[in-house]
Design a protein around this ligand. Structure first.
Ligand code: F6R
Length: 243
């Protein structure tokens, strides 16, 4: 554990390049990694750059496993708007990570039981690399504030800022599911490596609060400063300086 390493990059293009390089270095060092990849907009360029490396034969993925970070509840499992669908299109398919190497979060049945089972598995197998984004309310995954550092994988209720932020994908805020499942703070904070990608002036205030404000439940991402493993925050100048 130590202070997060902060890497300030010029723009989206550099974010993608530096993000992909950091992730690719970790995968090359240990091709059997278990990765938790965030969905959302920020990592898209990074995932596309990883896909390029993979296509060029520079990124082996045959032994990579993936655990889903978060998922909406109330959708059919094949719904394109599911976060699994997003992860599949942007990360799994381009990197050819398939089948039993992918752990999906539960969306039906006894969710509490299934979430506890995931945490038990992660407690032994561990997350090697969590690739996270930052919500404008400080959430990581769907760990909405207030949340404790010990929060397990569980069903959560999405807060109005998150519903608002995701309305653009759903047509209107009324259509955004309000229930979700998320990996908890506890398994995420135990990851060996965490790479956080942050972009755009609208993230300025929250990225500064997360990295420089008090560590606590009001800003879930602030707990990354207490994470067990290495934390790297790659942030573009617009977000870092609020330009
Ligand atoms: C997505 C996720 C969220 C996003 C965050 C930032 O799986 O877990 O925590 O990472 O909301 O989203 P973007 O990148 O769209 O600003």
């Amino acid at each position: 554990m130590g202070e997060p390493r902060i890497e300030v990059v010029d723009d989206d293009v550099e974010l993608a390049r530096v993000g992909a390089r950091s992730i690719a270095d970790l995968v090359r060092a240990d091709p059997e990694v278990t990765i938790v990849p965030a969905t959302g907009e920020t990592p898209l360029g990074t995932y596309a750059a990883l896909a390029d490396l993979h296509r060029d034969g520079d990124l082996p993925t045959e032994a990579v496993s993936v655990v889903q970070l978060d998922e909406y509840l109330g959708l059919m499992s094949e719904d394109r708007r599911s976060l699994f669908g997003w992860m599949d299109r942007t990360f799994l398919t381009p990197l050819e990570i398939t089948g039993e190497r992918v752990t999906r979060l539960p969306i039906d049945g006894d969710l509490d039981d299934a979430c506890a089972a995931i945490d038990r598995t992660l407690a032994t197998r561990g997350i090697d690399l969590a690739i996270l984004g930052l919500g404008s309310n400080g959430h990581v995954g769907f760990n909405e504030p207030p949340v404790s550092a010990g929060a397990p994988t569980r069903v959560v209720h999405l807060t109005p800022p998150t519903v608002e932020a995701n309305a653009r994908y759903w047509g209107s805020a009324q259509d955004v599911p309000t229930e979700a499942v998320t990996l908890g703070m506890r398994p995420l904070l135990a990851a060996a490596s965490v790479v956080v990608l942050v972009s755009g002036a609208r993230k300025h205030e929250i990225v500064r609060r997360a990295l420089e404000g008090p560590v606590g439940e009001d800003v879930p991402a602030s707990f990354l400063r207490t994470a067990a493993g290495d934390v790297t925050v790659i942030v573009d100048r617009a977000a870092w300086e609020g330009l």
